[in-house]
Design a binder for this molecule. Structure first.
Ligand SMILES: *[C@@H]1O[C@H](CO)[C@@H](O)[C@H](O)[C@H]1NC(C)=O
Ligand SMILES: *[C@@H]1O[C@H](CO)[C@@H](O)[C@H](O)[C@H]1NC(C)=O
Length: 277
């Protein structure tokens, strides 16, 4: 009996996780672990982020893994097959990633050539031209046809890179395989993150588009929000302010638009940028 109850609750959790309306990519990128409890909106009550709050100053951190000074990030652990990274100590004795970006060569070729990409490879490896294309399988997506090895751009999958590949065992219709884009803020925005900035998302971004530092004019919005949970012990610290879960800052208006920042899922405040239309 106990076993079946457990089973049911697991099912409910796994279906509600998908429904969380708040962005959590900053947490998942940092390798934070979600709490086992979820709120009514299907979001974890909080995250535990050791790679943010228990950092060893002599290590670099990426996607929940740590690297020693002088250590290279193995290609399969990198944020992209186009980035070659290693951990080093800068002149201020702070650890950082040194990044070399692959420089792909695009040969000038006739229109009938299809550059051939492979999963986990930044640059195309070769091209197939003219009648030789008939040896490639094709993938049909949304009424458009792609050749095997061709990158596929899907409107509804803008957070993924997709590729038409030969289906295992099949030789007629290929299959589209996709990989999630990984966020690069641990490489390019780590300074702001460690200074206590909040990730900023807009309504289309996969990853934080910016990091907003606490400002002296920030204030917690006084009107009681619609949040009615009883998880008051979960809090976010943002600059000198402490927000209970569900509390928001008074929106701030800049020339980019309106920043709505809130403590939706502690311990980090996150902001949504509503751009001026
Ligand atoms: C960096 O570390 C070295 C060796 O410990 C020390 O001599 C130097 O003053 C440090 N530099 C900074 C900017 O802290
Ligand atoms: C936080 O408080 C300190 C001390 O009162 C003040 O100097 C600082 O400007 C405040 N920071 C923010 C972001 O309000």
């Amino acid at each position: 009996m106990k076993g079946s109850l457990l089973f049911v609750s697991t099912m409910i959790f796994s279906s509600t996780v998908l429904a969380c309306i708040h962005p959590v990519k900053h947490y998942t990128t940092l390798g934070c672990t979600p709490s086992e409890e979820f709120d009514a909106e299907g979001c974890p009550l909080s995250y535990n982020c050791p790679t943010l709050y228990e950092r060893d100053p002599d290590k670099c951190y990426l996607l929940g893994r740590e690297y020693d000074i002088g250590q290279s990030v193995p290609p399969e652990e990198s944020i992209s097959s186009c980035y070659f990274m290693s951990c080093y100590q800068n002149f201020e004795n702070k650890t950082e990633f040194a990044v070399a970006i692959a420089d792909c060569f695009f040969p000038i070729e006739p229109d009938t050539c299809i550059l051939q990409y492979e999963p986990n490879q930044c640059c195309s490896t070769r091209s197939v031209c003219g009648d030789d294309r008939e040896y490639l399988v094709k993938c049909t997506v949304n009424g458009r046809s792609y050749y095997e090895g061709e990158r596929v751009y899907l409107e509804d999958r803008h957070c993924q890179t997709c590729l038409c590949t030969r289906a295992s065992g099949g030789c007629l219709e290929g299959e589209v395989t996709c990989q999630d884009h990984l966020c690069d803020f641990e490489v390019f925005n780590i300074g702001k993150l460690l200074e206590g900035a909040a990730p900023v998302y807009d309504d289309v971004s996969c990853c934080p588009i910016d990091w907003r530092l606490p400002q002296e004019t920030d204030a917690v919005a006084l009107c009681a929000g619609s949040y009615s949970g009883n998880y008051a012990y979960q809090q976010c610290l943002y600059g000198n302010l402490t927000l209970n879960q569900g509390e928001s800052l008074v929106p701030s208006i800049t020339q980019d638009g309106k920043y709505k920042c809130s403590c939706a899922i502690p311990p980090m405040v996150h902001c949504i940028l509503e751009r001026k239309s």
